[in-house]
Ligand binder design. Structure first.
Ligand code: HEC
Length: 153
C-alpha cells in the first residue's frame, strides 16, 4: 500500500470511529465546545473570589498552589471532566473544601477551560453524570477534521 492509500484508509477508519461514537453519544472531549463564554465569565468572577489568592490572578500559581494553566493540563490528560470536577468540588478552595455549589464548580471549570484555550461553544457545562463522558485530552485529534465539524446537536 502506498502512503496516500494508507492515509485514505486511516481517514476512513477515523470517520467511522467518529460517527460511531457520536451515535453512542459519548464522543465529547474538551475540544468540542463544552462550555460557553458567558459561563466562563461567571466562572472567572468566582475564580477571582475563591481561587486567585492561591492560584494567582493569571492562574500562574504561587509556589505552593500549582499553576492552573500550562503543565497542569497534561497532568489531567486521559481523565474525564468528572475527575477534575470532583477534585475541585471536594478539595478546593483549600481553606474551605466542599463549600462551592455544583454550579459554581462547573462555572469555574468553564473558566479554566477557556484560560487553557479550549474552544467555547453554545452548550453550558452542567454538573452531573454527563461530565464523565467529556474526556480531557491535552491535544486535539490531529488529522481527523471530521470530529470537529460534526453537526451541532
Ligand atoms: C488556600 C490556597 C488555595 C485556594 C484558595 C485554592 N487552592 Fe487549589 N490548590 C492549592 C494547593 C496547595 C494545591 C496542591 C495540593 C492539592 O492538589 O491538593 C491545589 C491544587 C489544585 C488543583 C489540582 C492541580 C493539579 O495540577 O493537579 C486544582 C484543579 C485546583 N487546586 C483548583 C482550585 C480552584 C478551582 C480553586 C477555587 C475554587 C482553588 N483551587 C482554590 C491551594 C489552593
Amino acid at each position: 500500500m502506498n502512503a496516500q492509500a494508507r492515509v485514505k484508509l486511516l481517514l476512513a477508519a477515523a470517520a467511522i470511529l467518529a460517527s460511531t461514537s457520536a451515535a453512542l453519544g459519548q464522543s465529547d472531549s474538551v475540544w468540542d465546545g463544552v462550555y460557553n463564554d458567558a459561563q466562563a465569565e461567571r466562572g472567572g468572577a468566582k475564580y477571582s473570589q475563591y481561587c486567585a489568592m492561591c492560584h494567582g490572578r493569571d492562574q500562574e500559581g504561587n509556589g505552593e498552589a500549582p499553576p492552573l494553566v500550562g503543565h497542569f493540563i497534561p497532568d489531567w490528560n486521559g481523565t474525564s471532566l468528572a475527575d477534575l470536577f470532583e477534585k475541585v468540588q471536594t478539595t478546593m478552595p483549600l481553606f474551605a473544601p466542599g463549600t462551592l455549589s455544583a454550579n459554581d464548580t462547573a462555572d469555574i471549570l468553564a473558566f479554566l477551560l477557556k484560560a487553557n484555550n479550549f474552544p467555547s461553544g453554545a452548550k453550558t457545562l452542567e454538573p452531573g453524570s454527563d461530565l464523565k463522558s467529556i474526556s480531557f485530552e491535552a491535544a486535539p485529534h490531529i488529522g481527523v477534521p471530521h470530529m470537529k465539524s460534526r453537526p451541532a446537536k
